[in-house]
Design a protein around this ligand. Structure first.
Ligand SMILES: NC(=O)C1=CN([C@@H]2O[C@H](COP(=O)(O)OP(=O)(O)OC[C@H]3O[C@@H](n4cnc5c(N)ncnc54)[C@H](O)[C@@H]3O)[C@@H](O)[C@H]2O)C=CC1
Ligand SMILES: O=C(O)[C@H]1O[C@H](OP(=O)(O)OP(=O)(O)OC[C@H]2O[C@@H](n3ccc(=O)[nH]c3=O)[C@H](O)[C@@H]2O)[C@H](O)[C@@H](O)[C@@H]1O
Length: 466
């Protein structure tokens, strides 16, 4: 079947390419002409494993095209997916839904026969109903544009796999009997034939809330373990062992109990804030006040990492060099939106350290967002002359770093593990001080290394003041 996808960012470009992979004819639409040009050449303008292969294959075959032309899109198909951004609104916590509104307001008048708009963007509950009103107002006489909601649960880094083999498909309809259902069923029919998953058909409001509730739960789980991690730090307990142990209870589960620098990215942080804001608008603010704490705990982890860097440097990071390994908000992505890694690098720099950042995929995005930080082209280059090496994103290549190789270029012997991902014992055996969030201070041998590092740092601080 034919379909369009409005918005060709992380979500939209993936959805468009995967729909083509499923055998559909797809037209991707974006207002960003530069992005559309690159996509037309078969190039993915961001890093997402597996996406370039399928996107270029279908652009070449002609099954997948991209345009900035809304009129062409209105004519091309009867099913229009929306995957445009819903960022945090400037000045408050609410979601900015102006882009989704813009799509419907511009598309509906151009549609010449009945059509379905299927929203995939993450939106505050009530948005679909509002879009239906816009569609009803803007569509030509005798033309019906039905708005349905079909939230997306893909994870960056696994976006292709998650789209082609989803865990569930949620469809929100204003009327269970409406004709729109048949078009959505047709779009996902190839998945149902090859690798079926549960399909939950519900009303619009529930479908919108399923999505934000899922993200709020994941964020809460991460902040829960990070709050426990703070107590572990105070008590000298080990949060990673604790997470393994509680995670063995199938009612809890080990996933999303990864303690460390906490969650970032273009979704979890803004989605919990927008959920709180919407609950407030609906008169249910009390219901979600705990999400404010979830947010606060999350942001506190970043401060804690900066404090830990100061502690291992003898009280201050002024004049020190810190190698920050990682810039993306998580591995297997080049996304630096609300990245804990860059936030920590920025804070270290503001406190007087020279933060040298390296990331295997996110350097261009990081440079564009934080042009004043120092950047290196490899992990070892970032570690050159570093007093402290701080792992902020758990890329595999960092986990596999050889302590001896890093020791040859670094000045200090302190490894800070912001993701509890490094083989700490190996680094300790190689003479490094290994410190991680949520795990008590290490053995006396490490204390000597800290003292050594502090002395080196004091020396470099003195040099910096000259
Ligand atoms: N990134 C992800 O992993 C996931 C994102 N989501 C949700 O999907 C939505 C999009 O997120 P991303 O793809 O990450 O954002 P993004 O910022 O990467 O992409 C948004 C795209 O929409 C385009 N756009 C803006 N206004 C437009 C308009 N009027 N017409 C056509 N295109 C327009 C922008 O130029 C941009 O290319 C958000 O609501 C997000 O919460 C949901 C699940 C996963
Ligand atoms: O709505 C969205 O955009 C998406 O948001 C998240 O996906 P994503 O942001 O790609 O990344 P996650 O894997 O969920 O990680 C989010 C953040 O939490 C952090 N995290 C994750 C897991 C964990 O145990 N600990 C932890 O700190 C990660 O480092 C990362 O910064 C959800 O997992 C997706 O289901 C959802 O579709």
């Amino acid at each position: 079947m034919r379909m369009t996808v409005f918005g060709t960012g992380y979500l939209g470009a993936t959805h468009a390419a995967c729909m083509a992979e499923l055998g559909h004819e797809v037209l991707g639409v974006d207002v960003d002409a530069v992005k559309v040009d690159r996509l037309c050449q078969g190039e993915v303008p961001f890093f997402e494993p597996g996406l370039p292969e399928i996107l270029s294959r279908h652009v070449e075959s002609g099954r997948l095209r991209f345009t900035t032309d809304y009129a062409e899109a209105a004519e091309f198909a009867d099913l229009h997916f929306i995957g445009v951004g819903t960022p945090q609104r400037k000045g408050d916590f609410a979601a900015d839904i102006s882009h989704v509104e813009d799509v419907v307001a511009r598309l509906a008048p151009l549609v010449s026969r009945d059509a379905v708009v299927a929203g995939k963007s993450t939106v505050p509950v009530g948005t679909a109903a509002r879009l239906q009103e816009i569609a009803d107002r803007s569509a030509a006489d005798g033309v019906r544009v039905d708005v349905v909601w079909n939230p997306e649960f893909l994870r960056e880094g696994f976006a292709v796999e998650d789209t082609l083999r989803p865990g569930r498909i949620v469809v929100g309809l204003s009327d269970p009997e409406c004709a729109a259902r048949a078009l959505i069923d047709e779009a996902y029919a190839p998945i149902m034939e090859s690798d079926p998953c549960p399909v939950i058909v519900t009303d619009l409001a529930t479908s919108e809330m399923v999505k934000v509730s899922a993200n709020a739960f994941l964020a809460t789980k991460i902040s829960f373990i990070n709050a426990v991690s703070e107590v572990c730090e105070a008590a000298g307990a080990d949060v990673t062992v604790l997470a393994d142990a509680i995670g063995m209870d199938p009612r809890i589960g080990r996933k999303f109990l990864g303690a460390g620098l906490g969650f970032g990215g273009g979704c979890l942080p803004k989605d919990i804030r927008a959920f709180m804001a919407r609950a407030g608008e609906l008169g249910a603010a009390q219901a979600l006040t705990f999400l404010r704490e979830v947010d606060t705990i999350n942001m506190r982890r970043r401060d804690k990492m900066v404090d830990l860097a100061a502690e291992v440097c003898g009280g201050t990071v002024i004049g020190t060099t810190v190698a920050v390994l990682g810039a993306a908000f998580k591995p297997n992505s080049d996304d630096v939106r609300d990245s804990p890694a860059l936030n920590v690098a920025g804070m270290l720099s503001l406190k007087g350290a020279r933060a040298v950042v390296y990331d295997p995929q996110a350097l261009d995005n990081a440079r564009a967002l934080f042009p004043t930080l120092a950047y290196a082209d490899s992990a070892l280059e970032a570690c050159e002359g570093a007093d402290v090496v701080l792992v902020a994103t758990e890329w595999g290549e960092f986990v596999e770093l050889e302590p001896a190789a890093v020791a040859r270029v670094a000045r200090g012997r302190v490894l800070l593990d912001g993701r509890n991902c490094m083989p700490g014992e190996r680094w300790r055996e190689a003479g490094w001080t290994y410190r991680a969030l949520g795990r008590g201070v290490s053995a006396p041998a490490d204390a000597r290394a800290v003292a050594g590092a502090a002395a080196a740092v004091a020396g470099s601080a003195a040099l910096a003041r000259v």
